[in-house]
Design a protein around this ligand. Structure first.
Ligand code: ADP
Ligand code: MG
Length: 396
């Protein structure tokens, strides 16, 4: 499944269309976190160093109506990008038209143009999100080659990724996209063993596809987080007021049967009477008493998970072990982070919006080989699904 990357094509004097992920958080027109812009710099700089002209575009937030456009312009992003690159960046406040075409025709090698939020095209008939063929063709007509570096949208077929690529324009991956495919792809399809998957988070229903795909591939699957209690219920255990998906209990039974001793459930929980950080907590082995809810895995589980992880050569983690946002219920997630930090020579990957946030917040971000930036896209890769944005990139 090797895909072509920016390194495999000639960029000199080329108008290079680059789909980036500039979907940054904004508050009152100010960028509150520029991680995604920084993450795109290696690809952008490489294109400029090679003598290409970089035409950048991205979606930003959800835009369905004319009113939604307020505060969703990419202009502040273009300004921040200019600061980070240390050179001027031309922002074009439209997604198509004379001004955009004029700005591109004036570009010299090494110039950068950013055009407006691709989702502004959704106001008039969902042209971007619905992968309108004419829109993809128009955008493709603006450049010579297409670089897709937006992994976070690779699980969607939009005009700005699949639409452009399907016109036949040479389409390659940027460095971010390449890294995601390499790490997640290899971890799932050809892992160094033993391979341990850790799945947590709130709900089983979000992770069913991942669990199913990983049962035959992983050597062990550790389960934590809220989904623990649907598995407990499936085993006939008491769960008190813990999170449970009644309609997934049967499925949990099937997964337990299918996975056999590969599946490792927590043996104890940290519980509390209400979803709060201000009430006394209790520790319970096995069953959760009436009136209590399990919000984290307990110390025996941390020890069990650490023991199961020891010697692992590949670790894939999606979903925190507990409600890490509250200090009383962060220890399970911290414990698993520590166990992973202690591994030697292992490829360790953490993905998912909250999981990545947990690794950052708890101070373990640099302990992982790879933190996947695409929430939905990384889940779908872990599920073994074909991602349309990825499929549309030319094979080597
Ligand atoms: P990700 O975004 O990494 O895929 P999820 O969205 O699936 O992760 O799950 C993250 C959420 O799960 C966190 O907000 C966390 O508080 C919650 N969570 C973890 N353990 C529990 C639990 N035992 N009960 C309720 N919620 C939980
Ligand atoms: Mg989440």
């Amino acid at each position: 499944m090797a895909k072509m990357t920016v390194k495999d094509i000639d960029l000199k004097d080329k108008k290079v269309l680059v789909r980036v992920d500039f979907n940054v958080p904004l508050k009152d027109g100010v960028i509150t976190d520029d991680t995604r812009i920084k993450a795109a710099l290696p690809t952008i700089n490489y294109i400029l160093e090679q003598g290409g002209k970089a035409i950048l575009f991205s979606h930003l937030g959800r835009v369905k109506t004319e009113e939604d456009k307020a505060g969703k312009s990419l202009k502040p992003v273009a300004e921040r990008l200019s600061e980070l690159l240390g050179k001027s960046v031309t922002f074009v406040p439209e997604t198509r038209g004379k001004e955009l075409e004029g700005a591109i025709s004036k570009m010299q090698d090494g110039d950068v143009v950013v055009f407006e939020n691709t989702r502004f095209e959704d106001v008039d008939g969902k042209k971007e999100s619905g992968n309108d063929a004419e829109l993809g063709k128009y955008w493709a007509s603006l450049g010579d080659v297409f670089v897709n570096d937006a992994f976070g949208t690779a699980h969607r077929a939009h005009a700005s990724n699949v639409g452009i690529a399907s016109t036949g324009i040479p389409t390659v991956a940027g460095f971010l996209m390449e890294k995601e495919i390499k790490f997640i792809g290899e971890a799932v399809e050809d892992p160094k063993r033993p391979m341990v998957a850790i799945l947590g988070g709130a709900k089983v229903s979000d992770k069913i596809g991942v669990i199913k795909n990983l049962i035959p591939k992983a050597d062990k699957i550790l389960i934590g987080g809220g989904m623990t209690y649907t598995f407990y219920k499936a085993k006939g255990m008491e769960i008190g007021n813990s999170l449970v998906e009644e309609d997934k209990v049967e499925l949990a039974k099937e997964l337990i049967a299918e996975a056999g001793d590969k599946l490792v459930l927590p043996v104890d929980s940290i519980t509390v009477a209400e979803f709060s950080n201000d009430l006394p907590t209790e520790e319970h082995t096995g069953d959760i008493p009436t009136g209590q809810m399990g919000l984290d895995i307990g110390p025996e589980s941390i020890a069990l998970f650490a023991q199961t992880l020891s010697g692992a050569k590949t670790v894939v983690w999606n979903g925190p072990m507990g409600v890490f946002e509250m200090s009383n219920f962060a220890r399970g997630t911290i414990g698993v982070c520590e166990a992973i930090a202690n591994l030697e020579g292992a490829t360790t990957i953490i993905g998912g919006g909250d999981s990545a946030a947990a690794a950052e917040q708890l101070g373990f971000a640099d302990k992982f080989t790879h933190i996947s930036t695409g929430g939905g896209a990384s889940l779908e890769l872990l599920e073994g699904k074909a991602l349309p944005g990825l499929e549309a990139i030319n094979d080597k």
